[in-house]
Every structure is written in C-alpha cells, then in structure tokens.
Design a protein around this ligand. Structure first.
Ligand SMILES: CC/C=C\C/C=C\C/C=C\C/C=C\C/C=C\C/C=C\CCC(=O)SCCNC(=O)CCNC(=O)[C@H](O)C(C)(C)COP(=O)(O)OP(=O)(O)OC[C@H]1O[C@@H](n2cnc3c(N)ncnc32)[C@H](O)[C@@H]1OP(=O)(O)O
Ligand SMILES: Cc1cc2nc3c(=O)[nH]c(=O)nc-3n(C[C@H](O)[C@H](O)[C@H](O)COP(=O)(O)OP(=O)(O)OC[C@H]3O[C@@H](n4cnc5c(N)ncnc54)[C@H](O)[C@@H]3O)c2cc1C
Length: 672
C-alpha cells in the first residue's frame, strides 16, 4: 500500500461524531422512533427489522472483501450471487440464542420464516440481485396466474428455491406493445403439449432479470395458438435448464445481455426456443384454459393476464420511497457537515445546509419520500382489495387499480430519478464518486422509469382512463372528482391543505378538459380518433401527470390527518406535506397565485431546516445499508472518502510499473 500523511488515527475515528451533526441532534425536539415506527408499520416491526439487519450485517461471510465496483463483470455476478445464496441459507438456519436476536428466534419458534425480501436483501445487495425476479415476479405470477392445482404443484418448489425462475415477457422487438409479441405456443392435441417457438431474431426474449445464468425456469409470455387460431398472449411455465447439471435443455438458447447503466450484478438475459415441447398443464390456467381437445376457454377479461405487472408497479412505488430515503439521508447529512463559501462577509464558511438554494434541492425530496411512502400504502391496500374481489369474480375495481398503479408508478419513478440527480449535484464533486452511493441509486431509479411499463406509455394509459371517465362518467374512486357534479368548484385559492387539494383537482380537471378540447378540435379537422390521440399526446400526458400529483398529494394529506401521530411529528409531517404540495403547484400555476405561495414556501424552507437532519436520522438506515461515505451517521465524510480511495487497486503501489515502463516512459523519452 502506498504511504500517505495521516490526520486521524483509527481508534479516534471510531468514536468520532461530527460537531455540526451533534449540534443538530442535541436540538431534536421530537421522538425519532415515532417516524421510524411509522415507516416500518409499528414498534414491533421496527424491532424485528433492526434485529434482522444486525443479524445479516454481523455475518462476516456476507461482507464484501473489496468494493464490487473493482470487480470484473463476471466476478461481480458471482460475488453478489454468492451473497444472495448465503443470505437465503442464513434465513433458513435457526437463529443463535443471543438476547439481541430474541425477536427473530421467537418468530422462528412460532413457525414463521425470516424475511428475505426487499429490505433485508438490499442491506447487502446494492448492484441488482440475480434472485430478485424469482421473488418479485416468478412466484407472484404462479400465484396470480396459476390454478389451485398448479399452485400446489409449483409453489412449494419455488418457495424452497428448488427451482429458480424469472418473468420472460419482453422481446428484442417488443416490450411495450404486448399484442405485438412474437413468441408462439402452439397446442398439439395429439401429444397434449404446447410447442414453443421463436420465429425471428426480434422474437428473442430480451431483458428478463436473472435469466442469463441463474434461472432454470421462467414464466414465458407467448401468443397462444389452438385449433388454428391465435388467442393472444398467455403465461406458460417453462423449464429452461436441467435441474441437476444446470445445462440448457435441448432447443433452449439462453445467455446474458451484457453490461448496463446500473444493476450489473443481475444477469439480465436472452432466450430463444426451437420447437420446445411442454405439457398442456404448464399453461398457467387460473383465468383461461386450453382443454385436452384444444378448446380454448376465455378469461373474464383479457387484461387479467397482465396482473403480474400491476403487482410489480405497486411494489415499485414502495421501492422508490426507500431509494429516496437513502438519497436524501446522504445529501442532508453531507450538507450539514460540509462548509463552503461565504454567506455573511468576513464570517466563517457556513454549512451548505444553510443556503436557501441548497434547501430547495434537499427538502422537496425529503417531503416526497414521505408522500411516496403513504401513496404506496394506499395502492397496496387497493391492490389487495381488488385482488380479493377478482378472486370472487368481481372485476369492477380493475380499471381503477390499473389507472392508479400506472399513475403512481410513473410519478414515483420519474420524481425519484430527478431528485436523486439533484441530490447528487447538491453534494458537489464528491457526489460524483461511486463511494457517495448516488450512482447505484440513480441506476435503480432510472431503470424503474423504464421497466414494468415505460413511463410515457403508462402516462398515456392514465390519460385514456381520465378521458373515458370525463366522457361517460364510468371511472372509479380515484377519478371521482372528474365526474359531472363532483367537479371541484372554482373558489379562490385557500392555503389550507384541503384548499390546496381542491386546487390540484382543478388543475388536473383543467388539463383533462384542455386535452378533450384538443381531441375534439382534431376530430373536427377530420382526423381519425387514433391520429387525434397521437396529436394530443403532449396535452394528455400533462393531464395524467397533474392527476397523479393530485392522487399522491391527497394520500399525503389524508395520512397526516390520522390521529395516531403525536403533536410534534404531526406538525413536521404537516409542514413537509404543505411544502411538497406548494412545490408541485409551482410547476402548474399561473403567476397570479405564485406570490401567495412563494412566501409560504420560503417560510417552510426555514422551518424544515430546523429538523431535517433529525428526520433523516429517523429513517434509521444503517451505514452499511446506506453504502455512502458522504452520508454516514458520524459525518466523518473526508476520512471515509480517503479510506475508500485507498482501496483502489491503482493505489497498491506508488508507481504503476507496467504501464510506466511500457507506455509512459517511452512516450516521454521519444523526440519529435
Ligand atoms: C436474496 C434475494 C432475496 C430476495 C429478493 C427480493 C426482492 C427483490 C429485490 C429488489 C427488486 C426491487 C425492485 C424491482 C422489481 C421489479 C422490477 C424488475 C424488473 C422489471 C420486469 C419487467 O419489466 S417485466 C415487463 C413489463 N412490461 C410492461 O410493463 C409492458 C407495458 N405494456 C403494457 O402494459 C400494455 O401493453 C399496455 C397497457 C401499454 C397496452 O396493452 P394493450 O395494447 O393490450 O391494451 P390497450 O392499450 O389496447 O388497452 C385496452 C384496455 O385494457 C386496459 N388495460 C391495459 N392494461 C391493463 C391492466 N394491466 N389491467 C387492467 N386493465 C388494463 C386499458 O386501460 C384499456 O381499457 P379500456 O377500458 O380503455 O379499453
Ligand atoms: C433494468 C431492466 C430490467 C428489465 N427486466 C425485465 C424482466 O425481468 N422481464 C421482462 O420481460 N422485461 C424486462 N425489462 C424490459 C422492460 O419491461 C421494457 O424495456 C419496457 O417495458 C419498455 O419497453 P421497450 O424496451 O420495448 O421500449 P419501447 O416501447 O420501444 O420504448 C421506446 C420509446 O418509444 C416510446 N413509445 C412506445 N410506445 C409508445 C406509444 N404507444 N405512445 C407513445 N410513445 C411510445 C416510449 O415512450 C419510449 O420513449 C427490463 C428492462 C430494464 C431496463
């Protein structure tokens, strides 16, 4: 290792707490645990999560020997998969008899397994997760699309990880337009099998997570042909690899698609079929069936086959709240410890957290992390209720669930991606380091804008629902304000939370009406409806975005009003809620309203400045899970930046001998 002049000894560093952070923490006047419990769900859930995280982090076999960024593409996959597998094994073993793991042990004694889901796995897996799709889509697809018999056969094996699967829908040629998928599954009544076929290059499955090297099964979406007729896309459970040797089965062409902007430990893959036969009962038959003689039995709605995507869209809203909490924790703590420039002439350099412009970068994201947390809760509840009803044959809630999940997925991912970039910038040059943690978070947020329905496409789905509702009054609860007599009145701007929600409805309804006018105008000019729709897309997307903001804002306001909160926490959430609502309104309002809101906005910046550090502390994210030298709890950012830089392989020796001797030296010695 090369030598450097050291300013902190390691022992002293382990007791260090940055004085600026310490001062903020000493002035905390609310119960941080209350916010922690609110995010976890309740006190017991917090206790469970903390023990689980400690249990995982105290295991030396789950630690990275060197930062994964220094590994090759192949090594990265292997190292992260190893951790994922060890994690799963660990969660199955009996927890040791230590007092600090009492909750975990009791849980196991009561026959409840330890969670291996998003929270625990994201503590140690930060670069994507080869087993993620198995848990997030493969198992939910079997549950949501499989008949009871099929679930009984496949679920226990999948839950035990005897088989590992993914969700293979997107193809090289089509991701958005599902009706355009080309993979074929043709029923052969003689053998009672489906024959899977990839008819062209563009029909190759492309993208599925964990497909390249990890999965031995997949739920494959393919066009179902029976009795010479195409019945549209359907889910098939297909074995891809031998269960013992892991070799691809005959007729299966499978591999990995290469490096991506982020999530590089996940082996996203490609897949092709050359006349691969599977038994008839591997068409997942909860909603539609093919009988032995090839007769097709229709589902109650063709859109029930899209249900796995709806589930994941809901899941993503929750994931975005988590990403935002991490990003805003890093940027707020760093802004507290970083001093730069001059605020008052001649005075010491202030904390950058005191600049209004800096607060304007941090606090909207802080507020939005709560907004998306509450929105995720609401849409989960709706999802469970709608699914229960669908199980009883009542599909009435399906359009509202689709509209709401598309709106919230698109808004939460696009806002999170934008905020993560702003928060990165708020940390200046150091934010650009991989060790800041921002590149990984940006990789997740931007991927989420694209996967599970590209956002523009989802906005247009939302717009379709809004326009339909406005025209025939058929929409559900989330769009009730657009129906006839429910339309928000045009009273003067009132700055109460309810008043602002009314304003949000007016803005959204206004955009919907403008889009309708535009559609009608195009119609009058002789355009066909599909052309008019395309020409009105910009306005339609604006309407969908305003509606999504209304939905999320409304959830926030309702959650803040619940009486389970203490006075101090209620007023913090109230202020953050009001602040976010004004921030979003700025994007929509005309100048006459702006000055009224501007003063309130500036006042709220100062108020939030008072508790921002303590609020991010209450997110209770362990340093190891945060994965950022800038955002660590102790605020020892410079020392940690330095320590991390010293891990670079280029710092093993003072001179990189080989490149110096071979290239630099000859260059410097050569004459013109
Ligand atoms: C150790 C490890 C342990 C544990 C690990 C645990 C956890 C893992 C950790 C971390 C993971 C974290 C996060 C990541 C999670 C998951 C994401 C990962 C990968 C992503 C996977 C994918 O991307 S899968 C592929 C997704 N693809 C899409 O979303 C495609 C988008 N396209 C569509 O949805 C559709 O084609 C369409 C909606 C755009 C159009 O469809 P179609 O042409 O058929 O329809 P129309 O436009 O004609 O509309 C017709 C009517 O149908 C209604 N409609 C459409 N869709 C739906 C629906 N889904 N539900 C209900 N109704 C629907 C539409 O509204 C129309 O109605 P009308 O009444 O107006 O006619
Ligand atoms: C990290 C990652 C992981 C993924 N994991 C999986 C997986 O596990 N399984 C799986 O099956 N898939 C997966 N995908 C694929 C993903 O679901 C698709 O990429 C996504 O649905 C977008 O489809 P597309 O790539 O065909 O984009 P396209 O539809 O080709 O989009 C290109 C552009 O065209 C625009 N566009 C398309 N249609 C319209 C329209 N009707 N109106 C206006 N504009 C339009 C879009 O807005 C976009 O700007 C993954 C993708 C990523 C990035």
């Amino acid at each position: 290792m090369i030598k450097y002049k050291q300013f902190t000894d390691t022992m002293a560093a382990s007791f260090y707490e940055n004085p600026d952070l310490k001062r903020e923490r000493q002035s905390c006047n609310f119960d941080k645990d209350e916010i922690t419990n609110l995010i976890d769900g309740n006190v017991e859930k917090t206790k469970y999560r903390r023990e689980l995280v400690e249990y995982i982090l105290s295991d030396p076999s789950l630690k990275d020997p060197i930062p994964v960024e220094y590994l090759s593409h192949e090594e990265k996959y292997a190292a992260e998969l190893k951790k994922a597998c060890l994690l799963v094994q660990k969660m199955r073993e009996p927890v040791p008899k230590e007092a600090k793991f009492e909750t975990l042990r009791k849980r196991q004694e009561n026959g409840k397994p330890l969670d291996i889901g998003v929270g625990p796995s994201s503590v140690i897996l930060k670069e994507g997760n080869a087993l993620g799709l198995h848990f997030v889509m493969f198992i939910p697809a079997i549950i949501g699309q499989g008949s009871t018999e099929q679930q009984n056969k496949w679920l226990p094996r999948a839950l035990n990880l005897e088989i590992i699967g993914t969700y293979a829908q997107t193809e090289l040629g089509h991701g958005t337009f599902l009706r355009g998928l080309e993979t074929k599954a043709t029923y052969d009544p003689d053998t009672k099998e489906f024959i899977l076929e990839t008819p062209s290059l563009s029909a190759y499955k492309w993208w599925p997570g964990g497909l390249g090297k990890t999965s031995n099964y997949a739920v494959v979406m393919a066009q179902l042909y029976t009795k010479g007729k195409c019945e549209g896309i359907h889910p098939f459970l297909v074995q891809l690899r031998d269960e013992t040797t892991h070799e691809p089965l005959p007729g299966i062409f499978v591999g990995e698609i290469g490096p991506k902007l982020g999530l590089n430990s996940n082996d996203n893959g490609y897949l092709g079929f050359d006349r691969v036969r599977i038994p008839r009962d591997q068409l997942l038959m909860k909603h539609s069936q093919v009988l032995e003689d090839g007769t097709y039995v229709k589902p109650k709605s063709t859109k029930l086959g899209y249900a796995t995507m709806v589930y994941v869209r809901v899941f993503i809203v929750q994931d975005m709240a988590q990403v935002l909490r991490k990003a805003v924790t890093i940027a707020t703590r760093y802004s507290c410890v970083r001093h730069q420039s001059e605020l008052k002439p001649g005075e010491p350099e202030p904390q950058i957290l005191d600049y209004k412009a800096q607060q304007n970068k941090l606090f909207p994201a802080l507020a939005a992390s709560f907004a998306f947390h509450f929105a995720a809760e609401k849409v989960w509840n709706l999802y469970h209720l709608a699914t229960e009803n669908i199980g009883k044959g009542d599909l009435q809630m399906l359009p509202d669930l689709h509209g709401m999940s598309c709106a919230m997925k698109a808004l939460s991912t696009s806002e999170t991606a934008k905020f993560v970039e702003t928060l990165r910038q708020s940390c200046g040059g150091h934010g650009y380091m991989v060790s800041s943690g921002f590149p990984r978070l940006y990789g997740i947020a931007t991927a989420s804008e694209t996967y599970e329905g590209e956002n523009t496409v989802l906005w247009l789905q939302v717009a379709r629902y809004l326009i339909k509702t406005r025209m025939d009054g058929s929409g559900g609860q989330s769009v009730a304000y657009l129906i006839g007599s429910n339309l928000p009145d045009n009273k003067a701007v009132d700055l109460s939370l309810d008043g602002i929600i009314n304003l949000f409805q007016r803005v959204a309804a206004g955009y919907v009406d403008l889009a309708m006018k535009e559609l009608a105008e195009h119609g009058r000019q002789g355009m066909a409806p599909y052309d008019a729709w395309n020409h009105s897309a910009v306005q339609l997307i604006k309407a969908a975005q305003a509606h999504a903001r209304y939905l999320v804002a409304d959830c926030f306001v309702r959650s803040v009003k619940e009486d389970k909160l203490s006075g101090p926490v209620r007023s913090i959430l109230n202020e953050l809620c009001e602040f976010l609502l004004i921030y979003w309104l700025f994007a929509e309002l005309k100048t006459e309203h702006l000055s009224q809101l501007q003063a309130k906005y500036m006042e709220l910046l100062s108020i939030i400045r008072g508790y921002a550090v303590n609020v991010v502390d209450s997110f209770d994210i362990r340093d190891e899970a945060l994965g950022s030298v800038l955002g660590c709890w102790d605020g020892n950012a410079y020392q940690r930046l330095f320590d991390e830089a010293l891990k670079s392989p280029l710092n093993r020796n003072a001179v990189h001998r080989e490149s110096f001797e071979k290239y630099l030296k000859p260059l410097m010695k050569s004459k013109l």
